[in-house]
Ligand binder design. Structure first.
Ligand SMILES: Cc1ncc(COP(=O)(O)O)c(C=O)c1O
Length: 385
């Protein structure tokens, strides 16, 4: 049986473990080190051995291999947070004088980084409509070096036409990077559509327990991988062996956790569609989502996270709805074992979209029973409508 023929469940169970032997542990032990000792002075300047703690450990190597396997890339780089996994590759690609295209639906800190940090370094960022598809060609300039994507978009869940955007970018020699955190790489493989870099906030599903920050970038292009590796080295983008261990541990159980919370999210989204208090459900797997067909074409499933536009409510009642939920914690993030809810309007910034017409509430589903989560939302809706 070739390793390539194995299913992801089997790969995530067996890959990245130490060779079996008498009394060997099932998982790589955590090695904490800054200094690594050499036997001989002549070995100090060898490039074929790991010479310093910042360059990783066996746990980091195993984890990077699993990310590469997840998405079928040529290699992966590890970062201390999801944001670092976005900014490291971006800084690899852009230079002063460049133009960058960013989806209007991008994660807030990505937008802020482009608008402030990149601007300071003479890089111009232009926001584009996430539903632009092949129309992106018209926005590509002589000096465009990078197109940033995110699908579904943060908070508003628009699906992007990845093959069309990748094709337009390739035709003009422009690199593409997608924030693939929502799908966990489990229900979307952007590299297969020609996207160059797929980034994960591994803080979410791979951490899985809301107690560790981490990031990874998976590369489909060898040249970009080598350049980004050098950037990471130059920026000192090392991650703690303890954190890498937690993420590798999370990989072992990510699929059943992901699938349970994915099923819960879809069940709740479909139920909320039937409720009078809800104006629109923003989940691409529900049939009346405007990008449902595109989602069906490119994704193999959903994820734990979706949002709803409620019928108009005053601000105090929006806060009351969130406060009255008993099982949904009030907190940013998703992909943990526990459910979370936030109201989104104070952070929603869009240049290419109409106003939503009601308050936007985001639900991140955890591993609780669907019936309990449904009852919780129902009682909180009753307290404000
Ligand atoms: C879509 C998306 N990308 C990136 C990040 C950033 O990840 P981290 O919090 O690990 O820096 C987040 C975190 O919420 C996110 O939701």
């Amino acid at each position: 049986m070739s390793a390539d023929d194995l299913q992801l469940e089997t790969k995530f169970t067996h890959m990245g473990r130490p060779p079996a032997g008498l009394g060997t542990p099932v998982s790589h032990p955590v090695t904490r080190a800054s200094t690594l000792l050499f036997e001989k002075a002549e070995d100090l300047y060898r490039s074929d051995i790991r010479g310093y703690g910042r360059h990783g450990t066996a746990v980091h190597d195993a984890l990077a291999d699993l990310f590469t396997e997840l998405e079928g890339g040529v290699g992966s780089l590890l970062y201390p947070s999801g944001v670092a996994a976005l900014t490291g590759p971006i800084l690899t690609i852009v230079k002063p004088g460049d133009h960058v295209l960013l989806t209007d639906s991008a994660y807030g800190p990505t937008r802020y980084f482009c608008q402030t940090f990149l601007k300071r370094y003479g890089v111009e960022m232009e926001l584009y409509d996430p539903r632009i598809g092949s129309g992106i060609s018209d926005l590509i300039r002589e000096n465009t070096s990078l197109i940033l994507l995110e699908s579904p978009g943060s908070l508003t869940f628009e699906i992007q036409d990845l093959p069309a955007i990748a094709k337009s970018a390739k035709a003009k020699g422009v690199a593409t990077l997608i924030d693939n955190t929502w799908s966990g790489g489990i229900t979307l493989n952007p590299l297969q559509f020609g996207i160059d870099i797929s980034v994960h906030a591994a803080t979410k599903y791979f951490g899985g327990h809301s107690d560790v920050m981490y990031g990874a970038a998976v590369f489909g292009d060898e040249g970009l991988f080598i350049r980004a590796k050098l950037t990471a080295k130059q920026l000192g983008n090392a991650s703690s062996p303890d954190d890498a261990y937690q993420i590798l541990r999370g990989f072992r159980t990510v699929l059943p956790r992901f699938r349970q919370s994915e099923a819960t999210a879809l069940a709740l989204a479909e139920w909320l569609m039937t409720r009078d208090e809800i104006q629109t459900v923003l989940h691409p797997a529900v049939t009346d989502h405007p990008d449902h067909d595109l989602w069906k074409r490119d994704f193999t499933g959903g994820a734990c996270l979706f949002a709803c536009v409620f019928k108009p409510l005053n601000e105090a009642d929006v806060l009351k709805f969130i406060d009255n939920l008993k099982l949904f914690g009030i907190g940013y993030s998703y992909g943990g074992f526990e459910s979370l809810a936030i109201h989104c309007d104070p952070q929603l910034k869009r240049s290419h979209a109409d106003r939503l017409g009601g308050p936007l509430i985001r639900f991140a589903c955890g591993l609780e029973a669907i019936s309990d989560l449904k009852a919780d939302i129902e009682q909180s809706l009753a307290s404000v409508f």
